[in-house]
Design a protein around this ligand. Structure first.
Ligand code: ADP
Length: 498
């Protein structure tokens, strides 16, 4: 027996419901696979409908007192959580890399900054002011803001902690209580997060964490539950549609952060070196598994051949390997289905007539074992109507599409069902302003890429989603507006007097 086989599995036998660690009612335990090895590394309790019902009930009971608690007290608890999170971040990064295969250098950088975001959300907790509205002098009209109620947060496997942060931060600051259902492939760090909420002293039921399946399982029950007021979801468009159907009977409200096929536009006048740094970095970051990555690289024709050569040269420098190895640039795909999907798209690209400039194969052999590794991949000669340019692959596949001039760049950029993000590189300020304003995307980066902060709104248009996370706007979907109108005279004429 080799050393890896002897390693005991990490045990996560409990769900976090109502401030207690409880076994799932149906007793289901699922092995979580380490994508770097293709072998199980943890055993995790999965909840079902009965556990979701218990969690929603706990959140409902907790909602009244939590929503009435002064904002500065909710803020103080969130700050305590932020401090605990900062201390736990190195271990959280390690666990997240283990569970989803994202290279440690990336999870460390990302999760290492999350405490700033928790602090920022804390700062929103006592800012939910209403306004007075001038109408007739005989009345006073004003609005107040009220938390919507119990929130169901459903998160994906590519960035489990970040997705939870972006939902729980504003929800808790607003005074909502939460049931978090992490993705079935990556439940571990959400349970670790529950531990931090417990340590921080949040009242029981304010945050509940129930790992489980999506369709037909905990996720679906959470969406259908009549006492859940709002669903905050990050995942696929098809899942969002299923969620809309399942939630229809209870008329829920939603924020959706869905997919993307972001155009990353390289004009010939750009600083070529910087543009290539950003374009290659964003094509292969997270092993291609993020919706905001620039997976469609639109390159102006005079620099097209050079860009293909440079992409190919950079691909050879990418160190693919186990997520926890320090030197690894790019870890494996997060699970076996995703690996198969990416390899399937490589085949589709070939059949569609795109030229595979490099990569496209699974990496196998002693160094890779049964892990889900794939080469950084570059397709040249891609047409914007090909499936590899239209559909979200979620693998490290860059599709390089040539264009001529500004108008064609904009037309190609917008010829997509998605509209999450876009990037453009140019030294011409006027062009930067013209092109960015014409692009249909929730976020545009100019001479930079994937610049993401808690204080700037994140989200998409078209099929990329509804609503925004982060930024001052992030708290709106968690608050209702109540309008109050008070008569100064208290007189109300008898409508039937004459
Ligand atoms: P991905 O392909 O990134 O896994 P999904 O949209 O399938 O994206 O999954 C994102 C999250 O949605 C996961 O937590 C998953 O369990 C959950 N989910 C999937 N299907 C449903 C559903 N029908 N109802 C509620 N949640 C679901």
């Amino acid at each position: 027996m080799n050393a890896a086989r002897q390693e005991a599995l990490a045990e996560y036998p409990h769900l976090y419901i109502g401030g207690a660690w409880v076994a799932p009612v149906a007793g289901e335990v699922v092995e979580s696979i380490d994508p770097s090895t293709g072998r199980p590394w943890a055993r995790v309790a999965f909840g079902g409908a009965a556990d979701i019902d218990a969690a929603v009930q706990a959140a409902r009971v907790a909602f009244g007192p939590w929503s009435r608690r002064p904002g500065h007290e909710r803020a103080a608890l969130l700050r305590r959580l932020a401090d605990l999170y900062e201390r736990a971040a190195p271990e959280l990064a390690r666990l997240e890399s283990r569970d989803n295969g994202r290279a440690l250098r990336e999870t460390r950088a990302d999760i290492g900054g999350h405490h700033n975001a928790w602090h920022w959300y804390a700062s929103l907790a006592d800012k939910g002011s209403g306004r007075t509205i001038p109408i007739e002098d005989s009345v006073l009209a004003f609005t107040t803001r009220k938390p919507v109620g119990v929130v169901g947060a459903i998160t994906p496997w590519n960035v489990p902690l970040m997705a939870a942060l972006w939902k729980l931060g504003p929800a808790l600051a607003a005074g909502c209580t939460v049931v978090l259902k992490p993705a079935e492939h990556t439940p571990v760090t959400s349970l670790e997060l529950a531990r931090l909420f417990e340590q921080a002293g949040f009242p029981p039921g304010v945050v509940n964490v129930v790992p489980g399946w999506g369709a037909g399982g905990a996720g679906e029950r959470l969406v259908a539950h009549p006492d859940v007021a709002k669903i905050a979801f990050t995942g696929e468009g098809g899942t969002a549609k299923a969620i809309l159907h399942a939630g229809a009977d209870s008329l829920k409200r939603y924020t959706f952060e869905l997919g993307g096929k972001a155009p990353h536009i390289l004009f010939a006048d750009a600083d070529f070196e910087q543009a290539i740094n950003a374009a290659t970095g964003s094509a292969w970051a997270l092993c291609g598994q993020s919706c905001a990555l620039g997976s469609r690289v639109l390159v102006e024709r005079p620099i097209y051949e050079r860009a293909v050569e440079e992409f190919t040269r950079r691909a050879a420098r990418v160190r693919v390997g186990p997520a926890l190895r320090e030197e690894t640039h790019m870890g494996p795909q997060a699970h076996a289905e995703q690996l198969a999907k990416t390899l399937g798209y490589v085949e589709i690209g070939r059949r569609e007539g795109a030229q595979l400039a490099c990569g496209g194969r699974r990496l196998e052999g002693d160094a890779y074992g049964a892990g889900y590794y794939v080469e950084p991949t570059v397709f040249a000669g891609v047409g914007n109507d090909m499936r590899i340019a239209r559909e979200e692959i979620f693998g490290p596949v860059a599709a390089l599409i040539p264009f001529d001039g500004e108008d064609e760049a904009v037309a190609l950029a917008n010829a997509s069902s998605y509209g999450l993000a876009a990037g453009l590189w140019t030294r011409d300020v006027g062009r930067a302003l013209r092109v960015s304003s014409r692009i249909e995307a929730g976020m545009v980066w100019v001479n930079t890429y994937r610049y993401i902060r808690w204080s700037t709104p994140y989200g998409g248009v078209k099929a990329s989603g509804w609503g925004r996370e982060n930024g001052m706007e992030c708290i709106e979907p968690y608050l209702d507006v109540q309008t109050t109108i008070i008569s100064k005279s208290g007189r109300f004429p008898d409508p039937y007097a004459t």
